[in-house]
Design a protein around this ligand. Structure first.
Ligand code: ATP
Length: 315
C-alpha cells in the first residue's frame, strides 16, 4: 500500500440562506459554496498495525476519535472490513493551514481527504456518488469538499449542483485566532430568534431551495461578474453572530470601508470574514490597510483566491 499526500482546500459561502425546518430535524438550507486556495495538507501512510493514528501541528485540533479525519477512516474500515484487514491501518498527518472553527469547513475537508485517500490506498474504485454518500454521513459540508469548485448546496447542504468554475476571484480573509464560533450554537440561536419565520412543509421547503438555482447570485456567477457576485453576497447567520461578536462586526465594517473592496461577508457560521477585491494588487493593499487599522497579532490575515477543485493529490 503506497502513501498519499493530499491537498484539502477550505470553502467560503458566497450565499447562505436558512429556509426552515425539515422533518428530520435538520435545517433546510440554500447555499452557494466555493473552494479557495487556502488548504491543509493530509499525509496518509500505511501502518503495520490494524489501527488509525492522527497527528496534527495545531494545538486546537483533537487527535483522538473526535477528529473528523479519524471518523472518516473509521467509517471506511466499517464499510470495507475486508480491505481494512487486508491492508491494515493508516497514519494520518494533518498539516493545518486553515483556521480552526472558522466557518471554513476545516474539519470537513480533512475528512473528505481521508475518504478520497483511503479509496486510493485500498484500491476500492468508489464512484463520486458512492464517496458523496459516505461523506454525507460524516457531515453536511463533507460531500462538497470532495469535488469543491463552485456549487449550489441544498437540503442539509449535501445535495449538490455544480456551477461553472469561478477561479478568478481575489479574496482577503481575516480571522481572530482566539475567537471560535460553534456551528451548532449559531444554528440553534438562529432557530430561537427566527424560528417563527421558518417554512416547514416539504413542498414549500423544496420550492424555496430550488429558487436559488435561478437567483441573482447564480446569475452573477454564470456571468462571471465579480462586482455583481460581491453585491449579492448573503449569509443569514450574520444576524446572530455579528450582534454577539462585536469584533467580527467591526472587522466586517472595516473591510466594507476599504477602497477596492467589492463586497464583504462572514463565511459559514463565522467568525472568519472575507472580502472580494478587484485584483491581486488590491488584495495586498487591503490586507495592509486592515493590518494598520488592527495591529493586534491575534488577527490572522490571508490573501487567497477561488479555485476550481476540491481534494487533490499533491504534485
Ligand atoms: P464548518 O464550516 O464545517 O462548520 P468550521 O470551519 O467552522 O467548520 P472546523 O475547523 O471544522 O470548523 O472545527 C470545528 C471543531 O471541530 C473544532 O473546534 C475542532 O476541535 C473540531 N475538529 C475535529 N476534527 C477536526 C479537524 N480535522 N480539523 C479541524 N477541527 C477539527
Amino acid at each position: 500500500m503506497r502513501s498519499y499526500n493530499l491537498i484539502a482546500p477550505a470553502k467560503i459561502n458566497l450565499y447562505l440562506e436558512i429556509i426552515g425546518d425539515r422533518a428530520d430535524g435538520y435545517h433546510e438550507l440554500a447555499m452557494i459554496m466555493q473552494t479557495i486556495d487556502l488548504a491543509d495538507q493530509i499525509y496518509l501512510q500505511p501502518l503495520s498495525i490494524d489501527t488509525f493514528r492522527v497527528h496534527c501541528n495545531h494545538p486546537q485540533v483533537p487527535t483522538d476519535k473526535s477528529n473528523l479525519a479519524y471518523r472518516a477512516a473509521e467509517l471506511m474500515a466499517a464499510q470495507f472490513p475486508d480491505a481494512f484487514s487486508n491492508f491494515g491501518g493508516i497514519d494520518i498527518t494533518i498539516k493545518k493551514h486553515i483556521p480552526v472553527a472558522a466557518g471554513l469547513a476545516g474539519g470537513s475537508t480533512n475528512a473528505a481527504a481521508v475518504l478520497v485517500g483511503i479509496d486510493l490506498m485500498w484500491n476500492l474504485g468508489l464512484t463520486q456518488s458512492e464517496l458523496a454518500e459516505l461523506a454525507a454521513s460524516l457531515g453536511s459540508d463533507v460531500p462538497f469538499c470532495i469535488a469543491g469548485g463552485s456549487a449550489i448546496a441544498t437540503g442539509r447542504g449535501e445535495q449538490l449542483s455544480p456551477l461553472p468554475n469561478l477561479d478568478h476571484l481575489h479574496i482577503v480573509l481575516a480571522k481572530y485566532r482566539s475567537l471560535e464560533v460553534s456551528t451548532g450554537w449559531a444554528y440553534n440561536t438562529y432557530r430561537q430568534q427566527f424560528g417563527d419565520t421558518y417554512l416547514r412543509d416539504t413542498d414549500s421547503l423544496t420550492a424555496r431551495a430550488n429558487a436559488v438555482h435561478s437567483g441573482e447570485m447564480v446569475k452573477a456567477i454564470l456571468a462571471k461578474d465579480p462586482t455583481a457576485i460581491a453585491q449579492k453576497l448573503h449569509n443569514d447567520l450574520e444576524k446572530v453572530v455579528l450582534p454577539t461578536y462585536p469584533q467580527v462586526l467591526e472587522l466586517r465594517e472595516l473591510f466594507a470601508r476599504q477602497p477596492g473592496v467589492l463586497g464583504t461577508m462572514m463565511s459559514g457560521s463565522g467568525p472568519s470574514v472575507f472580502a472580494i477585491v478587484e485584483s491581486p494588487q488590491q488584495a495586498t493593499i487591503v490586507k495592509q490597510q486592515i493590518r494598520e487599522a488592527i495591529p493586534d497579532q491575534d488577527l490572522e490575515l490571508f490573501i487567497t483566491r477561488t479555485i476550481s477543485h476540491g481534494i487533490k493529490i499533491a504534485p
